[in-house]
Design a binder for this molecule. Structure first.
Ligand code: GDD
Ligand code: MG
Length: 352
């Protein structure tokens, strides 16, 4: 059996003003379906060989997560709480320790997932996961590769090596978030995949690699886990111990360094919804190429992403804009500038 581990501790600042610290994007419905990204992630795991998930998130979001798990009938003491995020390497370590402890001496397979990804072709995705199980059971750290179509710098890049099986390759190099020039080189050179940010491995495989490459993180997580306490639906890890843990992502801490990595390329309509323009890319458009949510009227306007929460939003003669209206804030940005929404959020934090 595979245990999904859903990482849900990110702040999602690039989808401000809809996504807020108190209610980040993974808990919101951003596609108008009424289901949150976390709920969609839960729904995606419909296979008999996949058991109930573990969700790991920030203390302050515990009731949102519990509610969304309950709604899907998947709440059963399976939420791990971090007092404050230390990025994904520690989060996955806590989940791995928990998987080992609760599996009666077994060393279960963990399917590590982000709570904020869109996957359009769920069956193909599940096929790729099932294909990976044999390799993960053989101590490999399996990644899922996406064929890149632009030199994005927000992703990890995986250079595939020798074939290990049908559509399974060794990892020759893993480069987390390269600069623009390197990303362009990788694209021209070919043979590179984006890291989708999802992983499949045995709990002990991950912990052994972490112990080898980042013993400092491993030690802090072990202490934090050993001093954790159960509070009905929640497992709270030892606060002081965890706060001492260095903050690092699984990609830098383990995946760039491990020699046991494999990549399974897949075409599943994947998006990590990293910005408003990536939402424009994947959502349904009107006859003028506008994506519209809520009460919106456009005249002579093309290629815009317009989201209204609770007011009428109207546009005349504008192009390539992102307009997002919420109860207490409005964003108007050129699509080409949407990555800088993060800077606005930082400015707001400084002025707080
Ligand atoms: N519990 C917990 N604690 N979850 C966290 C934390 C944390 O401290 N930090 C981030 N997460 C969650 C986020 O909510 C998200 O679901 C997932 O972990 C990945 O974190 P991101 O911060 O979104 O990572 P990224 O997008 O910059 O990079 C990763 O994903 C890319 C694909 O989307 C890397 O794995 C890249 O290599 C990859 O290409
Ligand atoms: Mg992300």
């Amino acid at each position: 059996n595979i245990i999904p581990v859903i990482m849900a501790g990110g702040s999602g600042s690039r989808l401000w003003p809809l996504s807020r610290d108190s209610f980040p994007k993974q808990f919101l419905s951003i596609d108008g379906s009424g289901s949150s990204m976390l709920e969609n992630t839960l729904d995606r795991l419909h296979s008999e060989s996949i058991s109930n998930p573990i969700v790991i998130c920030n203390e302050s979001h515990r009731f949102i997560v519990a509610e969304q798990l309950r709604k899907k009938n998947k709440l059963e003491q399976n939420i791990i709480l971090e007092p404050s995020g230390r990025n994904t390497a520690p989060a996955v370590a806590l989940a791995a320790l928990h998987c080992l402890k609760t599996s009666n001496g077994n060393d279960p397979l963990m399917l590590v997932l982000a709570a904020d990804h869109v996957i359009l072709k769920e069956d193909i995705f599940l096929d790729a996961v099932m294909m990976g199980t044999k390799y993960a059971a053989d101590k490999h750290l399996v990644t899922f590769g996406i064929v890149p179509d632009s030199p994005e710098t927000g992703y990890g890049y995986i250079k595939s090596g020798m074939a290990k099986g049908d559509n399974v390759f060794e990892i020759e190099r893993f480069i987390e978030k390269p600069n623009r020039i390197s990303a362009e080189c990788y694209l021209n050179e070919g043979g590179y995949y984006w890291n989708s940010g999802m992983f499949l491995f045995q709990a002990s495989s991950y912990l052994n690699e972490l112990k080898e490459y980042r013993p400092d993180i491993y030690d802090c997580c072990l202490k934090a886990y050993e001093t954790s306490n159960n509070d009905s639906d929640f497992l709270r890890v030892g606060c002081d111990e965890f706060l001492h843990c260095p903050a690092e992502s699984i990609d830098y801490a383990v995946m760039e360094k491990t020699k046991n990595g494999l990549v399974i390329p897949m075409s599943v309509g994947w998006s990590d919804v990293g910005s408003w323009s990536s939402l424009w890319d994947i959502q349904d458009k009107d006859e003028h190429n506008n994506v519209r949510h809520g009460d919106v009227i456009t005249l002579n306007s093309n290629n815009n992403y317009i989201f209204s929460s609770n007011a009428l939003v109207t546009t005349i003669g504008v192009e390539n804009l992102v307009i997002v209206q919420t109860e207490d804030a409005v964003l108007v940005a050129e699509q080409s500038n949407v990555q800088r929404v993060k800077d606005i959020v930082n400015t707001l934090k400084i002025n707080e």
